[in-house]
Design a protein around this ligand. Structure first.
Ligand code: IDP
Ligand code: MG
Length: 136
C-alpha cells in the first residue's frame, strides 16, 4: 500500500509577515510533499474560532483565535506518502523550544503562539480542515 494522503497546512501570520512563504513551501517540496492547492487569505476571528473549536475549552483559545485572524495566512493542501505524519515531522513540536533540529518550528518559530505553521493531526481532521478551506 502506498498510503498517499492529503493534509492541510497553514503558514501562520508570523511567518507570512516575515516573508517565509517561499522557504517553507520549498521545504515541503524538498521533503517530497506536493502542494496541490495554495491560497493566501485572511480569516475573521469567528472563522478562526470555528477552525480551532477542538481547543475551545483551553485557556489559550481566545488568544489563539485572535492570533490566527490577525493577518494574512497561506493555506495549502499537501499530498504525498503518509502526508499527515510527514507534515507533522517536518513542522516539529508545538513549542519551538522543543522542536527537532531542522524542523520548520525550530527554524522559524518564535514562541508557542507564533509557531509559524499548522498541520492536521489525523486523517479525520485532515478531511475536515481541507473541507473548511477548500470547499469546492
Ligand atoms: P499543534 O499546532 O502542534 O497541533 P495544538 O495542541 O493542536 O498544537 O495547539 C494548537 C495551537 O495552539 C498551537 O500550534 C499553538 O500555537 C497553540 N497552543 C498550544 N498549546 C498552547 C499553550 O499551552 N499555550 C499557548 N498556546 C498554545
Ligand atoms: Mg493541532
Amino acid at each position: 500500500m502506498s498510503n498517499v494522503e492529503q493534509t492541510l497546512s497553514i503558514i501562520k501570520p508570523d511567518a507570512v509577515e516575515r516573508n517565509l512563504v517561499d522557504k517553507i513551501q520549498k521545504k515541503f517540496k524538498d521533503e517530497k510533499l506536493i502542494i496541490v492547492k495554495t491560497k493566501k487569505i485572511q480569516i475573521s476571528k469567528e472563522e478562526a474560532s470555528e477552525f480551532y473549536k477542538v481547543h475551545q475549552t483551553k485557556p489559550f483559545f481566545d488568544r489563539l483565535c485572535s492570533y490566527l485572524s490577525s493577518g494574512p495566512i497561506v493555506v495549502m493542501i499537501l499530498e504525498g506518502k503518509n502526508a499527515i505524519t510527514e507534515n507533522r515531522r517536518i513542522m516539529g513540536a508545538t513549542d519551538p523550544k522543543n522542536a527537532e533540529n531542522g524542523s520548520l518550528r525550530k527554524l522559524y518559530g518564535i514562541s508557542i503562539d507564533k509557531n509559524s505553521v499548522h498541520g492536521s493531526d489525523s486523517p479525520d481532521n485532515a478531511k475536515k480542515e481541507i473541507n473548511f478551506f477548500f470547499k469546492d
